[in-house]
Design a protein around this ligand. Sequence first.
Ligand code: URP
Ligand code: ZN
Ligand code: ZN
Length: 483
Amino acid sequence: MLDLIVKGGTVVTASETFKADIGVEGEKISYIAAAGKLDYLVNKNADKGNITKVVDAQGRYVMPGLIEPHMHVMAPFNNTIDILDFYTASICAAFGGVTTFMDFSTTTKEVPVLQAVEERKAEMADSVLDYSVHAKFINAGDSREDLQGTVKKLVEDGIPTFKMFTIYPGVMINDADILKIMKAAKEEGALCGFHAESNAIADFMKQNLLDEGKQDWEFFNKAKPNACEAEAVNRILTFSELLDVPVYFYHLSTKEAVEMVRQAKKRGVKVLAETCGHYLMLTDEKNKGEDGINYLMSPPLRSEEDRIAMWEGLKDGTLSLVTSDNEVFSRKIKEQNLKEDALTNGKIPDFSVPVNGIPGLEERFGLLMIGVNHGIISLNKLVEVSSTNPAKVFGCYPEKGTLEVGSDADIIVVDPERTVPLVRGNLHYPADLDYDFYEGFTSRGWPVCTIRRGEILIEDGRFKGKRKSGRFLKCSLKPRKEA
Ligand code: URP
Ligand code: ZN
Ligand code: ZN
């Protein structure tokens, strides 16, 4: 029985734009038909006394729900924690057109990766959106057999995507262990992803700056120059080429790294990479002055030249995804950390103390739409980098990330004329968020209806989702149906 019909809209996928009505039965898309062609089914339902929910999409775009594969929620950082949980994150995300999100296990020395993944899954069960987890590795364990077993189990459990940090004592993994995990990942069909920044460069630069008395947080970016990212990206690409193992880069921010990925792809290296909304829209000018502390994230904001290189990378396919790297801290929390350090250590607070992390989960569609509004990318490209490619890269395509018969009915309806300044009054972050990260940016075009597996989450400006209605998504990188 047809439960829902999205009627009269212009369907936009990563590759096509066409007028169609979309019919939904239960959780799945069951029909995609020329306008009006499904009316007989609606009428048949009515004759039997059943109501088909009609979502009017006249004059609107109908797109696959966005997938956010890179965010941090309930993620401890420097003895503090961000202000979202998976329910409040679901609300923000759904208003921003997201229907699936993915987070990371909080693996530590005390909590090994398999346990950390289970703990994160349990926390994410509070979600309204469908969800999956990336496994964070901080070492390769004690034996080759154990590692192989762990990787195999993760893949079997639907968690074939990993993250490793080449920076930050505590979570940082050494190069020898990276190679071991890459080898095991290749054998078991998993994908290794990297937070690629050089710990040695960042440490060295930091110490030099502190020695020179440059300890204000405005020097945060100077401790992580472009070379800090480029060196780590180069190293991982070398490993990937050596072992012929696919790799993924989270949050690329520099023109050098994008160029390395571009050249590596040309040589046949199996590399995929993302950038984030903030590297497309903002530069390190934002770090100057009184409010600069609000704009601290890792990797840091870069120059205008780097910003342009991100758009170029997206346009020529060097970069496949745009993610948010959302980890929301209030300014109060950021400043509190500075003050606490001064109190407990009696030191003048240095730039490494403020927590880094920024909002973006709800704004991502709007940021990309600004790119569309300026004629930089097409609507199809928007869908590709925010929905279809995340599904393909992280192993849930074509269940997610497309509008096809048989796919999950994860659908957004976008009003192309709705203008939304990206400020707190229009967004749904908790009241603790005390600054506007994207002040001055206005999207023309905004999701007005968000449907997750056939269930309407956002309609008429209201959130209708139910806590814990999201479902764990078992991902797989084994070849499935191609588009
Ligand atoms: O500053 C950032 N990006 N915080 C989130 C953690 C990460 O490294 O992705
Ligand atoms: Zn990272
Ligand atoms: Zn991140």
